[in-house]
Design a protein around this ligand. Structure first.
Ligand code: CUA
Length: 408
């Protein structure tokens, strides 16, 4: 029989090279993503740190086992390959009954798995231990944004007058544990801030615990990780960890309402438009919250993000657009273009109730959103999921933005 043709051999070599290259690229992509918003390998808090301390040794053990097993497979396939296609004895000599080896390769994996199990169970216990002075926050997923309720007075209820309701961004004090409870207002979502902890499903009717803590002030990004419909990919989370003093100021400001009438003539007109069109779904505390709670129909307020302190957030629409120009994380004095969503919009002093620097507001995107929201993010407004196109005039948009800019 002729030897395999040259073409077949070249094809084999090329295939091997391509597979090796793809595998190497995959490994490189998994490891060299330091500083990327969703990397799981740069822990920024105690929970993600204890996960990392489990992942590294387990990965090392798995890597050694992989190399030994695959190495043996390759070696044996090479050593005992059919050397000649006409060879009548193409099967190597068959052996069995090496008792010592068989017991060995049964016991060794069992011991390795038992060792990994001890580390895993200890980590799970550590991740579920509740910290005594934690802040309680309920996180509810909703198509396609996140709502946050803070039990400020610690009475076990998230809906009291002393509590906070906000959306899109979760503000926390750095260095303090947050006891999160995940749930959902519609379908199953999954809450995931990779820098701070693993994933936790947000299931309607269930309350799942998750501990978060950030070592340092900063912005920690997340992404819904359970397919939840049209804009699943546009359902992001943002945790803004701030110094304790700023957090206290943020809480004090969030507890205020916006019952005071705006003074700017444009904003006054904008508020009228807001009451006529937006107040059916959105709530502004002090403006329509009481009505929203006491009118059973047709108000559906609560199905859209609470806007009371909109301008204290750096992003909007499920955290996919910047509400303000972002600042360079390495040099906060440098403003980046608003389109740089990976660098979250920076509300500046407005975060804690200070003045809104209107020059830094991302007006272009905010206006585009008001002009035609479904064109900016896939939604299903006719089914009550997402914001409809309200067919606003350019004047109305201008006035609405003027009113929204008062909501610090
Ligand atoms: Cu919410 Cu996917």
């Amino acid at each position: 029989m002729p030897r395999r043709s040259l073409t077949v051999r070249i094809l084999q070599v090329v295939t091997l090279l391509v597979v090796t290259f793809l595998f190497a690229a995959l490994v490189a992509a998994a490891f060299f993503n330091d500083g990327k918003p969703l990397t799981t390998l740069s822990p920024s808090g105690p929970s993600s740190d204890s996960i990392q301390k489990l992942v590294v040794p387990v990965f090392a053990i798995a890597g050694v086992v992989f190399l030994l097993v695959e190495g043996a497979v390759l070696l044996i396939s090479w050593k005992f390959r059919a050397k000649d296609e006409d060879d009548p004895e193409e099967f190597p000599e068959q052996v069995h009954g090496r008792t010592f080896l068989e017991i060995g390769w049964t016991i060794l994996p069992a011991l390795i798995l038992a060792g990994v199990a001890v580390g895993t169970v200890m980590t799970i216990i550590d991740l579920n231990r509740e910290e005594p002075d934690s802040i309680n926050v309920q996180v509810a997923g909703q198509q396609w944004w996140w709502q946050y309720k803070y039990d400020v007075n610690n009475d076990g209820n998230f809906d009291g007058p002393e509590d906070i309701v906000t959306a899109t961004e979760m503000v926390i004090p750095a260095g303090r544990p947050i006891q999160v409870t995940t749930t959902s207002n519609d379908v199953i979502h999954s809450f995931w801030i990779p820098g701070l902890n693993g994933k936790r499903d947000a299931v309607p009717g269930l309350r799942n615990p998750l501990k978060l803590e950030a070592d340092e002030p900063g912005v920690y990004r997340g992404q819904c990780t359970e397919f939840c419909g049209l804009s699943h990919a546009n359902m992001r989370m943002l945790v803004r960890a701030v110094p304790t003093g700023d957090y206290d100021a943020w809480v004090r400001n969030q507890l205020k309402d916006h019952s005071a009438e705006p003074t700017d003539p444009k904003a006054i007109e904008g508020k009228k438009t807001w009451l006529a069109l937006c107040a059916q779904c959105h709530v502004i505390k002090g403006v329509n919250d009481v009505k929203a709670k006491t009118t059973p129909v047709p108000l559906v307020a609560g199905v859209a993000p609470d806007l009371t302190h909109l301008m204290t957030r750096g992003t909007f629409a499920g955290s996919i657009f910047n509400l303000y120009d972002p600042t360079d994380p390495d040099d906060p004095s440098v403003l980046l273009p608003a389109g740089d969503v990976a660098s979250a919009g920076n509300p500046g002093a407005a975060l804690t109730g200070g003045a809104v620097v209107t020059a830094n507001v991302n007006r272009v995107t905010l206006e585009a959103w008001l002009r035609n929201a479904p064109a900016m993010k896939p939604m299903y407004p006719q089914g009550g999921r997402g914001m409809p196109n309200l067919a606003l005039t350019e004047d109305q948009i201008d006035q609405l933005v003027a009113y929204l800019e008062t909501l610090n």
